[in-house]
Design a protein around this ligand. Structure first.
Ligand code: GLU
Length: 478
């Protein structure tokens, strides 16, 4: 065996290696570094569900990385290969993500070893309710202790079942709805949660492109308009990111990579049409309006301006990293670039907008949903009409002035309509998300630009988050 060949680190090892690179540049008290790095606990549950005339046993996990703030927060994923190490890596990322965007949570993550496509809706409900029951009775789902959310393979439907299961088991808990986020609107959800992670990716890129120096660092120029984008994974996150970037920012989606291959068209793909095709046919195969590449992963290496891995961890690794041509990668998925690949890309000068920042839109809007559930009132309900009537006062005054000046100028109808309308919940959520993404970017960027020993945004992001977690531990006297 050639000892010079470095082995690919696992997902958890990758997160630890990246963490270690950052703490080496910090001055943490002895022991605190390890306290922050390690995962506090992982609960494994094996439970049986009677399906199709037989008992099927399932394995699930709920991992709590850090309880420096509670509740702890993080999604539950359904995937056939979920394992403890993966869930622990994801829980650690949740800690850093929440700290970076100032969502007042510790980090957690859950997983169920299941291929959801093998079960019908009723079976999935039975399985989800049973998994939730196991976690709820141990307070591993709880409004003030541990609040799950959707992740790969789960969505609004599963969150509604979990919320209902919690309510059945805690009939007098007035805050029951806050036990899980990502619920449908009619079960205590919030407007804009489904699109939130993809929307956050868009806001992150907009903030990046606001800064000449940062755009220069990636060897790019101009604005998002006309940029060629390749997206891996047209699930909830990739779909919304690609949709918003193409419809609102003028990006050209030149490649879409899915499980069964990729679509490629230098002139740009129609995201809505591709999505409808996938929903109907289960994949991109047969899509009529673009070239189909059987070896989908090869499209990661195509020339483009922005690469958005939005599918799963470890897709950019030591074997393909050197061939990645995108000058800018934004990690919409958690952990898509391994630590080994990260080294190679950094040396090449590729700019990576790291996962803990790039996909934090989901947990940010989850935070808003949790606050909404605890306050038992929809955002904007008290202020909207009051805001409108105050704006009406200004418009009336301006129109009176216009009359007194013989109507030599008037307000445009478009301005009036837009100015008079008070913000609804969706607008407030988007505005809160935009603000969060801008502030978090600036906090990373300041370190990236000001500290000579910090070469990349990922290390800068770790420095910001670890600093916040450490401060919280110090405040507790640890
Ligand atoms: N699963 C998402 C993530 O990885 C969302 C977590 C949440 O909203 O709590 O960030």
């Amino acid at each position: 065996m050639n000892v010079n060949v470095k082995a690919e680190p696992s997902f958890r090892e990758s997160v630890d290696l990246m963490f270690n690179r950052a703490v080496a540049l910090m001055d943490l008290s002895p022991g605190l570094e390890e306290k922050i790095r390690v995962c506090n606990s992982t609960y494994t549950v094996r439970f049986g569900v009677r399906l199709r005339g037989a008992i099927h046993t399932f394995t699930g996990y709920r991992s709590v990385h850090s309880e420096h703030m509670e509740p702890v927060k993080g999604g539950i994923r359904y995937a056939p290969n979920v394992h403890q190490d993966e869930v622990e890596a994801l829980a650690a990322l949740m800690t850093y993500k929440c700290a970076l965007v100032e969502a007042p949570f510790g980090g957690s993550k859950g997983g169920l070893r299941i291929d959801p496509r093998q079960y019908d809706e009723h079976e999935l409900e039975l399985i989800t309710r049973r998994f939730a029951y196991e976690l709820i009775k141990r307070d591993l789902i709880h409004p003030s202790q541990n609040v799950p959310a959707p992740d790969m393979g789960t969505g609004e439907r599963e969150m509604a079942w979990i919320a209902d299961q919690y309510a059945r088991m805690n009939t007098t808990d007035i805050n029951a709805r806050a036990c899980v986020t990502g619920k449908p609107l009619n079960s205590g959800g919030i407007a804009g949660r489904v699109e939130a992670t993809g929307r956050g990716v868009q806001y992150a890129l907009r903030e990046f492109f606001r800064d000449r120096l940062d755009v220069d660092k990636a060897g790019l120029s101009g604005t998002l308009d006309g940029k060629r984008v390749i997206v891996q994974g047209l699930g909830n996150v990739g779909y919304h990111a690609a949709k918003f970037l193409s419809e609102e920012d003028g990006c050209r989606i030149t490649g879409i990579i899915e499980r069964d291959g990729a679509l490629f068209d230098p002139k740009g793909l129609n995201v809505e049409a591709v999505r409808s095709w996938i929903v109907k046919h289960g994949g991109v195969t047969g899509y009529p309006d673009a070239a189909h590449v059987v070896e989908g992963a090869a499209v990661l290496e195509e020339e483009c301006d922005i690469l958005i891995p939005a599918a799963m961890e470890g897709v950019i690794h030591m074997e393909n990293a050197a061939r990645i041509r995108a000058p800018l990668i934004i990690e919409a998925a958690n952990g898509p670039v391994t630590a080994g690949a990260d080294d190679i890309l950094r040396r090449k000068g590729t700019v990576i907008i790291p996962d803990m920042y790039a996909n934090a839109g989901g947990v940010t809007v989850s935070y808003f949903e949790w606050v909404k559930n605890l306050s038992h009132i929809r955002f904007g309900r008290m202020q909207r009409r009051q805001e409108e009537s105050r704006h009406q006062l200004v418009v009336d005054e301006l129109e009176a002035l216009s009359d007194s000046l013989g109507k030599t100028w008037t307000l445009s109808p478009d301005f009036k309509a837009r100015y008079l309308r008070g913000a609804d919940e969706l607008e407030l959520v988007r505005s809160g998300l935009d603000d969060t993404m801008r502030i978090a970017y600036q906090s990373m960027r300041a370190i990236w630009h000001e500290r000579g020993d910090v070469e990349d945004l990922r290390t800068a992001a770790y420095l910001v988050s670890i600093g916040k977690v450490a401060a919280s531990y110090r405040a507790k006297g640890l």
